[in-house]
Design a protein around this ligand. Structure first.
Ligand SMILES: O=P(O)(O)O[C@@H]1C[C@H](O)[C@@H](CO)O1
Length: 323
């Protein structure tokens, strides 16, 4: 057998027999092989059996920010451990519950705890719950996170409205949409049908952003507005890295959100992002202070009330928009 014939035979075996065969992916692809449309549908059906009500707004709580779920009434709590094939949050400050109920008069679903790539999950596995929540009925996604303040004028405890992001993992080839583009995910986007190349230039909804600014002004809460960037973690940044991020015009740094917003954009969700600045990022070599996760959680819990007030009012406004 010639080398050519041999290798053709091998590739057809790969194509016919691997779990990727149905979607025509190569076994070496860094791709979402596990959370297929069918598996997501199974999870959605499991949840709908417990909670028939459709959530309109989905909320993902960042480190130490899961207390928002305490404000939900007529609550149904589903531990991630009870949901087939759902990952678990392994990080302090992240509980592992999906919380359904009513927040300021609107039906919501809240992830009390998210997944991060540094926990060992692919970006696709970290973000697939966004698809679950969209398929359950959500049209709006609010993402919250703890972040380090890169912008020198930011103070610990500031809240930053996310205007835009830089997705470093994606720039390095680690985007949750890598692999087969299953067109059944998501809803039609007018100019581009369940796109292979989704636009993300307006991922953070401008109307939502301006509503949030008005809400903050009403409560006398100073709201920063800036660019968030995600790095892979779990290390906090070196001083040289922080200096690089500053040169790039980044205001806050974290380890989450961007993969969630990417899948949210793909399935046509309207999105709002809020980052709580839990620590200042250092850029001097003679400084002795380092970021510590315990401080991140402490500051998040300390400032959670303000963030919750903003989200509560915002959700009320989403309801008003609908009527
Ligand atoms: O889930 P978020 O982005 O709020 O968590 C941040 C990033 C790391 O997981 C952790 C570092 O302290 O907090």
């Amino acid at each position: 057998m010639s080398n050519n014939t041999q290798s053709k035979k091998e590739s057809s075996l790969i194509a016919e027999n691997g779990p990727w065969a149905a979607v025509g992916e190569h076994p070496n692809a860094i791709t979402n092989r596990f959370y297929t449309y069918e598996r997501v549908q199974e999870i959605v059906a499991f949840i709908q059996n417990i909670v028939p009500a459709k959530p309109e707004v989905a909320i993902i709580c960042g480190s130490g920010l899961g207390g928002l779920a305490e404000l939900v009434v007529d609550k149904v709590v589903i531990p991630y451990a009870d949901i087939p094939n759902f990952p678990r949050s392994t990080v302090a400050g992240h509980r592992s519950n999906l919380v359904f109920g009513i927040l300021n008069g609107i039906s919501i679903v809240c992830m009390q705890g998210r997944f991060h790539p540094y926990e060992g999950y692919t970006t696709a596995a970290c973000a697939f719950p966004v698809r679950v929540m969209q398929m359950l009925g959500a049209h709006t996604l609010i993402v919250t996170c703890a972040a380090g303040g890169v912008n020198k004028s930011y103070r610990v405890g500031d809240i930053m409205l996310i205007k835009d992001h830089i997705n470093f993992p994606s720039m390095a080839g680690n985007n949750p949409l890598i692999g087969h583009n299953d067109e059944r995910f998501g809803k039609k986007i007018s100019f581009c049908l369940r796109p292979r190349f989704p636009p993300v230039g307006h991922a953070y909804d401008r109307q939502y952003a301006s509503q949030m600014k008005q809400i903050a002004a009403k409560h006398n809460i100073e709201l920063r507005e800036g660019v968030y960037c995600a790095l892979g973690g779990p290390c906090y940044e070196t001083i040289a890295e922080i200096n690089l991020l500053r040169v790039l015009g980044i205001d806050a740094v974290g380890m989450s959100i961007v993969h969630e917003v990417t899948l949210g954009a793909h399935c046509g969700l309207r999105m709002l992002g809020l980052a709580l600045i839990t620590n200042k990022c250092l850029s001097e070599y003679d400084s002795t202070i380092e970021a510590v996760h315990e401080d991140v959680i402490r500051i998040s819990e300390l400032k959670a009330n303000e963030l919750q007030q903003l989200i509560l009012d915002f959700v009320g406004g989403v309801k008003t928009n609908k009527t």
